[in-house]
Design a protein around this ligand. Sequence first.
Ligand code: 6GU
Length: 230
Amino acid sequence: MRIDILTGFPGLFQGPLTESIIGRAVRNGKVEIHLHDLRDYTHDRHRTIDDTPYGGGAGMILKPEPIFECMDALFAERSYDEVILTTPAGLRYTQDEAKRLSLLNAVAIICGRYKGVDERVREALVTREISIGDYVLTGGELAGMVIIDTVVRLLPGVVGDGESILSDSFMENELDCGYYTRPAEYRGMKVPEVLLSGNHAEIARWRAAQSARRTLERRPDLFGERGKTT
Ligand code: 6GU
C-alpha cells in the first residue's frame, strides 16, 4: 500500500512514522508513506499556503493552488483509490472504514488546517471526507496520523502476533476484555484464578463474558451495531 500525505506541517509526522510498529512497517516496506510539503507547491516568496476567506470572517483557508498542483504531480504518476480530506465536517471514522482503506492500493490524505480548505478542493479532488471524532483539532495532521496508524497496523505482517488484531476492541463491535500479566499477585491484588487454570475453553468463555459486560456497561450503543460488520 502507498499513502501520500499533503500537509503544510510535514514535521508533525516525524515521530508517528518512524517509531514503534508503524516505523517498523515503513522500514520493512509493508507500506510506502510519502510526505508532501504544500509549501513546495507555492510560487511566492513567502510560500503562502493559506489566505483569508472571501466574504470575510475569522480564520484562514488553505489555498487551492498548492493542493491542486501537488495532486497534479501525484496523478501524473499513478491513480488513487481515495483522496481523503481530514475535516471535522467529515464522516465519523470507524474501524470498519480503517478495514476498507487497508485493502486499497494508493490513498492520498489532504490534511485540512485552519478554518478549512477552499471548497474547490473538495469538489474536484476529494473522494472522502473524514472526521476522527466530535471535537476540534487545530489541524487535520493528527487525524491523518490516526488514519495511517489504524490502517497500517491492519496490513499483512505489520502486527507481529496476527491474533492480537482479531481480538481488538471494535473488531466484533464489542470492547476487548481486560488483561493481566505477571506477577500473579501484586500489592494484594490477585489475577483472576481462571486465567491461571490453563483451561483454554474456560478462559475463552470468561473473556467473552468480560467483553460483553464491559460493552454493556460502557458502550451499550455498540450492541445496536452488531451484525453490521462488513
Ligand atoms: Cl479530521 N480535523 C480537525 N481539524 N478537527 C477534527 C477532525 C479533523 N476530526 C475531529 N476533529
